[in-house]
Ligand binder design. Sequence first.
Ligand code: UDP
Length: 368
Amino acid sequence: MIRDYDYLIIGSGLYGAVFAREMTNKGKRCLVIDKRKEAGGNLRCEYIEGINVHRYGPHIFHTDNKAIWDYVNTHCEFNHFVYSPMANYKGMLYNLPFNMNTFYQLWKIKSPLEVRKYIENQTSGFNKINPRNLAEHAIKMVGEEVFNKFIKGYTEKQWGREASKLPCSIIKRIPIRYSFDNNYFDDRYQGVPVGGYNVLINSLLNGIEVRTGIDFFSARSHFSELAQLMVFTGKLDEFYEYRFGSLAYRSLRFETEYRPINNYQGVAVVNYTEKEIPYTRIIEHKHFEFGKQPGTVITKEYPIEWKKGNEAYYPVNDLYNNNKFKKYQKLADCESNIIFGGRLAEYKYYDMHQIIASAIKKVKTLHY
Ligand code: UDP
């Protein structure tokens, strides 16, 4: 049967946009649909008082993969932003990630050797154990005190679960260093697009038909007929009508406000690491682009449990949910004309560079 399009791409976030770009470049006819009013998924920025506001949480592009860095640089120019958030614990400020600055601020210890000894005193009980969860892994790496001040409270409000019930992989994202280096990432390449992420999204989707404000599920059979192949980037459990029950996700609520001062906190992100403060971080958006505007826009980020009707941001990759996901994945593996990709459809805590790599790899494996 002749169809209007080669590919129908459901979701215009990074996975959908890269997939559409690459297939369009290969001469395929692509249609991208998205239920939101604007394309770009969680990358989409809102321009407020001259500032690109990261509406869906702070996004810092980082990668160790030169090919991926080159790829994004063909679509936009990146600035020299380096992510160095601060931690606020009970009103005191500390550097992140955990490094010699943090340790000096905590204990006034100046030498890496002494810091190691100090931490080892707290971790000796964990020497021989193979950590089974985030709490054990963190304590083994940095000791009880750093865990209690910077990890336990933040993690438990972020994930709505005890740190002892979460996988180690979550905390492995953050480096621990015995040098005075506040760069949150170990990756060689890092930055934020000059002009904001909309520049990247617009470039990826340039010349491609994108229809926004359209919910795939509202006319599923109609959309399924439009193209030879479909790319679905939404929640896999929703795609299969939750037949094995819904997967757990974390959602977010944002409180954004304009402040008529030129600098609110002096840094793009401050993490509030104690449990009693209900938000996890305050983002001051102008700092991503070294903004000189007279005012500023700040956002408080509140984590909440996902329920139907909310946006899903983070998969909760504990054993229970991963096992449930595998059942959905088995259904997905049997589909011959549907591709599933991205953070939600693959139920993986992907960063941007990993999503791009995953979409490009998929395009290379397809022979249609
Ligand atoms: N984390 C923490 N304290 C912090 C920052 C992060 O305990 O100050 C933990 C927390 O469990 C979080 C995880 O590390 O979910 C990953 O942090 P990352 O900054 O990568 O989170 P993202 O920016 O993806 O939300």
